[in-house]
Ligand binder design. Sequence first.
Ligand code: G3H
Ligand code: 13P
Ligand code: ZN
Length: 316
Amino acid sequence: MIVTTKDLFKAAYGKYAIGAYNINNLEQCMGLFRGNIASKAPFIIQISKGARGYTNKLMLEGIIRAADQVFPEAIFAVHLDHGDEETCMDCINSGFYSSVMIDASSKPYEENIAITKRVVDAAHAKGLVVEAELGQLGGVEEHVKVSESEAKLTDPDQAKDFVTRTGVDSLACAIGTSHGAFKFSGTQGLHFDVLAEIQKRLPGFPLVMHGSSSVPQDEVRRINIAGGKLAGAKGVNADEFLRAAQLGVTKINIDTDGRLVWCRVHREHFILHPEDFDLRPAGKEFMAAYAEFIAAKNVKLGSAGKLDEVRAMLAK
Ligand code: G3H
Ligand code: 13P
Ligand code: ZN
């Protein structure tokens, strides 16, 4: 069942976070649903602009609609990740998405407000909800590259002003994370002090943490042994998710980790089976490994086991 992120946030706020996982293809979709059903977790499927263009946006929609039928017990939101205004409007008018993210965080503050407000008005008129971003994460995302020194943490006072003036439903805050597999050069970690200040000014308002892959060191080690070159890859400590959730982080975005699982499975598979050229054996291994990864991640997020509770809340 497709629901809005707002529905999921109502159930989770202050207690746990909902996993928001990016997908691009059928195997990721299958692994994602299996992992969430196995761990009885509500979840968010994220589709980036790049994912919409990888095959065709309608292919991805078709796969997700089919998964909804194959797994009738699943409760999830379908969310556009890091949209520009044009892509947001396309998703809002598609009738498929339940929420969109407008990311105008690289624009000057007033322009970010104006763009976000236009998207919020269009989305709310059709019953969709909107996530926006304030501050600047480090790392690479599609066409924007921000070095760690250029990254800018979210200003708590500005966050309150931004939410009030745009009417947005959730806010992605920069609190020290970055996109990709190479986070935290040096000894930095999450800025819980900044998060606490934002929550103080926006009590009860759902916050979003991007760049939250934990870059499991065992995956990195196995990828490197199997010929990869990911020395120094590092991620967020997943044991900090629940502390962030208590401070208002209700959605935690994870993409890189899924790519690492894909890379490890395929590298190892073809080294172990050099005679193999069929895509299905490796695909099956990946779906099983990804499902296992998702189920374990949901335990860290606190969303595992919450599916029936959310179903009951939605039925009221
Ligand atoms: O934050 C970016 C997400 O990881 C999506 O990545 O734009 O390469 O699909 P992508
Ligand atoms: P990671 O690169 O840490 O997986 O972050 C993903 C993300 O923020 C998607 O919006
Ligand atoms: Zn992101």
